[in-house]
Design a protein around this ligand. Structure first.
Ligand code: HEC
Ligand code: HEC
Length: 166
């Protein structure tokens, strides 16, 4: 009995270590959640470097065609939070993988153009244009737990193939 308990503890530890690599810290700051989570999910800070977040907030009057209408104080607060938690501050896990593709002085504005993203999302156009998805940035269409930082690959394994959940 004792031995079984030990095995279970070891298994649980192994599973959570594996899962840790498919997880990325979600946005927890209430202001960032509110101001950056209204039109799309509040994307995890770790998927872009600090330079990108600053550039994005500097360009807030034309954010992919939208004026975010943020006061300078709120923009500073958001840029500060996202930068402190940015991908280039991470030492391991998904953020490191995404940062590998970003040039040392690069400040991309899109997560969905990163080769790390594209390699794991090699879907046909029909998937992206599906009414349930519409755009690559709609992470929640496929990753139900994305707002909690959960991008588990296991959710997608069906019959030995990896595909979107619909
Ligand atoms: C008024 C609506 C709106 C708000 C509020 C908003 N965004 Fe966006 N955001 C957009 C649109 C529209 C796009 C482009 C979506 C697309 O092409 O799929 C976008 C795209 C993005 C992308 C790129 C997604 C990709 O394709 O990789 C990031 C990153 C992003 N926003 C971050 C933020 C941050 C940070 C905030 C808060 C400061 C914010 N957004 C607030 C409308 C908004
Ligand atoms: C059309 C469905 C779909 C959309 C939309 C989508 N994903 Fe995924 N995602 C998947 C599938 C399927 C996998 C599993 C791929 C694999 O393991 O080979 C995956 C895997 C991942 C992984 C884990 C694999 C890895 O190591 O990179 C991350 C992280 C991820 N997605 C992030 C995102 C983010 C961030 C967004 C939104 C900007 C997003 N996804 C949008 C379907 C989707």
């Amino acid at each position: 009995m004792k031995r079984l308990a030990l095995v279970l503890v070891a298994l649980a530890a192994a599973t959570s270590a594996a899962n840790a690599d498919d997880r990325i810290a979600p946005v927890t700051d209430p202001t960032v959640k509110q101001e950056c989570g209204g039109c799309h999910m509040a994307f995890p800070a770790g998927l872009l470097p600090a330079r990108s977040w600053r550039r994005m907030l500097d360009g807030r009057a034309d954010h992919f065609g939208e004026d975010l209408a943020l006061s300078p104080e709120t923009a500073d607060l958001i840029a500060g939070y996202l930068s402190v938690n940015a991908g280039d501050t991470a030492t391991r896990g998904l953020a490191r993988k995404y940062m590998r593709w970003v040039a040392p002085d690069g400040a991309p504005l899109r997560i969905t153009e990163n080769p790390a993203f594209l390699r794991k999302h090699p879907f046909p156009d029909s998937t992206w244009s599906d009414p349930k998805v519409v755009t690559k940035s709609n992470c929640l269409a496929c990753h139900a737990g994305a707002a909690q930082g959960d991008f588990e690959r296991g959710d997608f394994e069906k019959g030995g193939r990896t595909r979107p959940p619909f």
